[in-house]
Unconditional design. Structure first.
Length: 218
Protein backbone atom coordinates (compact mmCIF):
# COMPACT_ATOMS: atom_id res chain seq x y z
CA UNK A 1 0.00 0.00 0.00
CA UNK A 2 1.20 3.53 -0.71
CA UNK A 3 2.14 5.89 2.13
CA UNK A 4 -0.32 8.71 2.71
CA UNK A 5 2.18 11.27 1.39
CA UNK A 6 1.65 9.89 -2.11
CA UNK A 7 -1.53 9.85 -4.23
CA UNK A 8 -4.06 7.51 -2.61
CA UNK A 9 -4.61 4.07 -4.03
CA UNK A 10 -8.00 3.53 -5.66
CA UNK A 11 -9.70 0.60 -3.96
CA UNK A 12 -13.14 -1.00 -3.99
CA UNK A 13 -14.99 -3.54 -1.93
CA UNK A 14 -17.96 -5.85 -2.21
CA UNK A 15 -19.62 -7.63 0.68
CA UNK A 16 -22.48 -10.01 1.26
CA UNK A 17 -25.51 -8.52 3.02
CA UNK A 18 -24.72 -10.44 6.22
CA UNK A 19 -23.29 -9.24 9.53
CA UNK A 20 -19.93 -10.58 8.37
CA UNK A 21 -20.11 -8.49 5.21
CA UNK A 22 -21.53 -5.36 6.84
CA UNK A 23 -18.95 -5.27 9.65
CA UNK A 24 -16.11 -5.92 7.21
CA UNK A 25 -17.26 -3.09 4.95
CA UNK A 26 -17.45 -0.69 7.90
CA UNK A 27 -13.93 -1.49 9.09
CA UNK A 28 -12.47 -1.35 5.56
CA UNK A 29 -14.03 2.05 4.91
CA UNK A 30 -12.77 3.44 8.23
CA UNK A 31 -9.24 2.20 7.56
CA UNK A 32 -9.28 3.54 3.99
CA UNK A 33 -10.30 6.98 5.23
CA UNK A 34 -7.65 6.91 7.94
CA UNK A 35 -4.95 5.91 5.44
CA UNK A 36 -5.98 8.41 2.77
CA UNK A 37 -7.17 5.88 0.18
CA UNK A 38 -9.94 6.60 -2.30
CA UNK A 39 -12.85 4.15 -2.26
CA UNK A 40 -14.14 4.11 -5.83
CA UNK A 41 -16.91 1.55 -5.35
CA UNK A 42 -18.85 -0.01 -2.46
CA UNK A 43 -21.25 -2.84 -3.16
CA UNK A 44 -23.42 -5.05 -0.99
CA UNK A 45 -25.01 -8.07 -2.64
CA UNK A 46 -27.51 -10.68 -1.48
CA UNK A 47 -25.80 -13.64 0.14
CA UNK A 48 -25.99 -16.77 -2.04
CA UNK A 49 -27.10 -14.67 -4.99
CA UNK A 50 -27.33 -16.35 -8.38
CA UNK A 51 -25.97 -13.38 -10.36
CA UNK A 52 -23.13 -10.90 -9.86
CA UNK A 53 -23.19 -9.51 -13.40
CA UNK A 54 -24.13 -5.99 -12.29
CA UNK A 55 -21.52 -5.92 -9.52
CA UNK A 56 -18.69 -7.12 -11.76
CA UNK A 57 -19.70 -4.62 -14.45
CA UNK A 58 -19.44 -1.82 -11.88
CA UNK A 59 -16.05 -3.06 -10.76
CA UNK A 60 -14.78 -3.16 -14.31
CA UNK A 61 -15.90 0.42 -14.86
CA UNK A 62 -14.40 1.63 -11.56
CA UNK A 63 -11.05 -0.08 -12.33
CA UNK A 64 -9.70 -0.10 -8.75
CA UNK A 65 -6.05 -0.73 -7.93
CA UNK A 66 -7.13 -3.17 -5.20
CA UNK A 67 -10.38 -5.11 -4.79
CA UNK A 68 -11.31 -6.29 -1.28
CA UNK A 69 -14.27 -8.71 -1.31
CA UNK A 70 -15.89 -10.30 1.73
CA UNK A 71 -17.59 -13.43 0.47
CA UNK A 72 -18.57 -16.94 1.41
CA UNK A 73 -17.38 -19.83 -0.76
CA UNK A 74 -20.35 -20.00 -3.15
CA UNK A 75 -20.28 -16.22 -3.66
CA UNK A 76 -16.53 -16.18 -4.22
CA UNK A 77 -16.81 -18.92 -6.81
CA UNK A 78 -19.66 -17.14 -8.59
CA UNK A 79 -17.65 -13.91 -8.66
CA UNK A 80 -14.69 -15.59 -10.38
CA UNK A 81 -16.91 -17.29 -12.96
CA UNK A 82 -18.74 -14.02 -13.67
CA UNK A 83 -15.52 -12.02 -13.91
CA UNK A 84 -14.12 -14.52 -16.40
CA UNK A 85 -17.28 -14.32 -18.53
CA UNK A 86 -17.11 -10.52 -18.54
CA UNK A 87 -13.33 -10.55 -19.10
CA UNK A 88 -12.48 -8.61 -15.95
CA UNK A 89 -9.73 -9.26 -13.47
CA UNK A 90 -8.63 -6.73 -10.81
CA UNK A 91 -4.98 -5.69 -10.55
CA UNK A 92 -4.97 -7.16 -7.06
CA UNK A 93 -7.67 -8.96 -5.08
CA UNK A 94 -7.32 -9.24 -1.29
CA UNK A 95 -9.96 -11.54 0.21
CA UNK A 96 -10.35 -12.40 3.88
CA UNK A 97 -11.44 -15.66 5.50
CA UNK A 98 -14.50 -17.67 4.33
CA UNK A 99 -14.45 -18.01 0.54
CA UNK A 100 -10.99 -16.52 0.39
CA UNK A 101 -9.34 -19.34 2.32
CA UNK A 102 -11.63 -22.30 1.63
CA UNK A 103 -9.68 -25.10 -0.12
CA UNK A 104 -12.84 -25.80 -2.14
CA UNK A 105 -12.34 -22.45 -3.86
CA UNK A 106 -8.91 -23.48 -5.12
CA UNK A 107 -10.12 -26.88 -6.27
CA UNK A 108 -13.07 -25.49 -8.21
CA UNK A 109 -11.55 -22.34 -9.68
CA UNK A 110 -7.91 -23.41 -10.03
CA UNK A 111 -6.12 -21.39 -12.73
CA UNK A 112 -8.83 -18.72 -12.86
CA UNK A 113 -7.72 -17.33 -9.49
CA UNK A 114 -3.96 -17.58 -9.94
CA UNK A 115 -1.59 -14.62 -10.24
CA UNK A 116 0.99 -15.54 -12.92
CA UNK A 117 3.11 -26.74 -3.12
CA UNK A 118 0.58 -28.21 -1.25
CA UNK A 119 -1.32 -26.67 1.62
CA UNK A 120 -1.08 -28.49 4.93
CA UNK A 121 -2.94 -26.15 7.29
CA UNK A 122 -4.81 -22.92 6.68
CA UNK A 123 -4.81 -19.70 8.66
CA UNK A 124 -8.12 -20.26 10.49
CA UNK A 125 -7.25 -23.59 12.19
CA UNK A 126 -3.72 -22.31 12.88
CA UNK A 127 -5.18 -19.35 14.78
CA UNK A 128 -7.50 -21.71 16.64
CA UNK A 129 -4.60 -23.97 17.61
CA UNK A 130 -2.60 -20.94 18.73
CA UNK A 131 -5.46 -19.77 20.93
CA UNK A 132 -5.76 -23.24 22.46
CA UNK A 133 -2.05 -23.48 23.26
CA UNK A 134 -2.05 -19.99 24.81
CA UNK A 135 -4.97 -21.04 27.01
CA UNK A 136 -3.16 -24.24 28.03
CA UNK A 137 -0.08 -22.19 28.89
CA UNK A 138 -2.20 -19.87 31.06
CA UNK A 139 -3.81 -22.80 32.90
CA UNK A 140 -0.37 -24.33 33.54
CA UNK A 141 0.97 -21.04 34.89
CA UNK A 142 -2.14 -20.45 37.00
CA UNK A 143 -1.85 -23.96 38.47
CA UNK A 144 -5.61 -23.74 38.89
CA UNK A 145 -8.89 -24.33 37.07
CA UNK A 146 -10.49 -21.33 38.74
CA UNK A 147 -11.76 -18.95 36.01
CA UNK A 148 -10.38 -15.82 37.70
CA UNK A 149 -6.95 -17.37 38.20
CA UNK A 150 -6.88 -18.36 34.52
CA UNK A 151 -7.99 -14.88 33.45
CA UNK A 152 -5.16 -13.29 35.41
CA UNK A 153 -2.69 -15.71 33.83
CA UNK A 154 -3.97 -14.81 30.37
CA UNK A 155 -3.56 -11.10 31.14
CA UNK A 156 0.06 -11.81 32.03
CA UNK A 157 0.69 -13.95 28.94
CA UNK A 158 3.87 -13.22 26.98
CA UNK A 159 4.43 -16.01 24.45
CA UNK A 160 7.47 -15.32 22.21
CA UNK A 161 7.41 -15.66 18.42
CA UNK A 162 9.53 -18.81 18.36
CA UNK A 163 6.82 -20.67 20.27
CA UNK A 164 4.02 -19.73 17.85
CA UNK A 165 2.69 -21.30 14.66
CA UNK A 166 1.39 -17.94 13.50
CA UNK A 167 4.00 -15.46 12.17
CA UNK A 168 3.29 -13.01 14.99
CA UNK A 169 5.87 -11.18 17.08
CA UNK A 170 4.32 -12.53 20.30
CA UNK A 171 1.08 -13.17 22.16
CA UNK A 172 0.75 -10.34 24.62
CA UNK A 173 -2.56 -8.73 25.56
CA UNK A 174 -3.24 -5.01 26.10
CA UNK A 175 -5.74 -3.44 28.49
CA UNK A 176 -8.56 -4.16 26.02
CA UNK A 177 -7.69 -7.84 25.74
CA UNK A 178 -6.27 -7.52 22.21
CA UNK A 179 -3.09 -9.32 21.19
CA UNK A 180 -0.51 -6.63 20.41
CA UNK A 181 1.80 -9.14 18.74
CA UNK A 182 -0.52 -9.89 15.81
CA UNK A 183 0.56 -9.11 12.26
CA UNK A 184 -1.30 -9.77 9.05
CA UNK A 185 -0.69 -12.69 6.73
CA UNK A 186 -1.28 -12.33 3.00
CA UNK A 187 -1.34 -15.25 0.59
CA UNK A 188 -1.73 -15.34 -3.18
CA UNK A 189 -2.84 -18.23 -5.37
CA UNK A 190 0.18 -19.26 -7.41
CA UNK A 191 0.72 -22.55 -9.25
CA UNK A 192 -2.51 -24.01 -7.89
CA UNK A 193 -1.77 -23.42 -4.21
CA UNK A 194 -1.60 -20.70 -1.57
CA UNK A 195 1.79 -18.96 -1.35
CA UNK A 196 2.64 -16.58 1.49
CA UNK A 197 3.63 -13.15 0.16
CA UNK A 198 3.57 -11.21 3.47
CA UNK A 199 5.20 -10.80 6.00
CA UNK A 200 8.06 -10.34 3.57
CA UNK A 201 10.61 -12.01 5.84
CA UNK A 202 8.51 -15.19 5.78
CA UNK A 203 7.32 -14.98 2.16
CA UNK A 204 7.54 -18.08 0.01
CA UNK A 205 6.87 -16.18 -3.22
CA UNK A 206 7.00 -12.67 -4.68
CA UNK A 207 3.82 -10.62 -5.07
CA UNK A 208 2.30 -10.79 -8.55
CA UNK A 209 0.96 -7.31 -9.35
CA UNK A 210 -0.88 -6.42 -11.43
CA UNK A 211 -2.53 -9.76 -11.98
CA UNK A 212 -2.61 -10.84 -15.64
CA UNK A 213 -5.97 -10.70 -17.41
CA UNK A 214 -7.71 -13.79 -18.74
CA UNK A 215 -6.58 -13.09 -22.31
CA UNK A 216 -2.97 -12.76 -21.15
CA UNK A 217 -3.11 -16.18 -19.51
CA UNK A 218 -4.01 -17.94 -22.74
Amino acid sequence: MLPTTQPPTRRSGSTSDTLFGADSAKVQEELAKRGGYEVVAKMAYRSRTTSLDAEVTRLKAANPDVFLPTSYTTDATLYVKTAKTLDYIPKLLIAQNAGGVDPASVQEMRADIEGPGGRDISEAPTRALTAFTVLVDAINRARSTNPEDIRKALVAANVPAEQLLMPWTAVRFDEKGQNTGVRAILQQIQKGAYATIYPFDLASADVVYPRPGYKEKK
